[in-house]
Design a binder for this molecule. Sequence first.
Ligand code: Z5A
Length: 231
Amino acid sequence: MISGSDTGSAASDPGNSTRGCFITVEGGEGGGKSTQSKALVARLRAAGLQAIATREPGGSPSAEKIREVLLAGTFQTLGTKAEALLFAAARIDHLDLRIKPALAAGTWVVCDRFHDSTRAYQGALGSLDPGFLQTLERVTLAGAKPDLTLILDLPAKLGLTRAAMRRTAGAAPDRFEAESLDFHQTLRQAFLAIAASEPERCVVVDATQSPEDVEQAIWDAVSYRLPVPGA
Ligand code: Z5A
């Protein structure tokens, strides 16, 4: 059960029909997270559920401001630890203002990136001390773990090609997209390692398929793992 305390988890009681379920969508660049988050919300609504799509970094007015500086690389010079703290500050605000109230009202929340992105980008790639990251995650989430995490997996090169195609003509890649192919390959392995370490929470989805096939694979996983009416 998601709450402000340190003792529970949204994942602990997904069968509680009075609360919404919390689903996160994760993976490397260009995997289709935004596309699939919107499609999943549409499917949940069609199944008669209240559902919202949100994203990280961002999702609340103050967190969206933090997003701007993070993606611009404004504070990159402060180092990975400081960046992790900024992602955490945005996440706390997002949880308090948007995610927790929605779940408490029975609304399902689909979030494009969440704490696994901090583990992968700032942890595996930024080489942050695991103890620091675990403590930061514990105080940031305060028990608010996702019920289900969908990890959209595809080769780094394909993901970067897709991300580049999506950018408007002439727009520069953001601070993370501009990293090397090696960086993105390591990122892919980091997400797969998270999935392997928490199979009860994570499902890996083959994101090389067509958008329609990815959407169906996601729907199959959601309907199998969570209490979708009529599934
Ligand atoms: N970050 C972090 O470091 N630490 C943290 O804790 C958090 C985040 C929360 C957020 O960037 C950055 O912040 C992110 C990690 C870091 N790194 N970057 N960059 P963002 O939100 O701006 O971008 P993103 O999350 O990385 O999104 P994305 O990878 O660029 O895209 P996507 O959401 O995965 O994909 P999409 O926009 O849905 O699709 C991309 C294009 O591919 C688009 O043209 C689609 O039409 C196309 N597409 C989608 N699916 C398919 C399929 N199946 N086939 C063919 N084409 C497809």
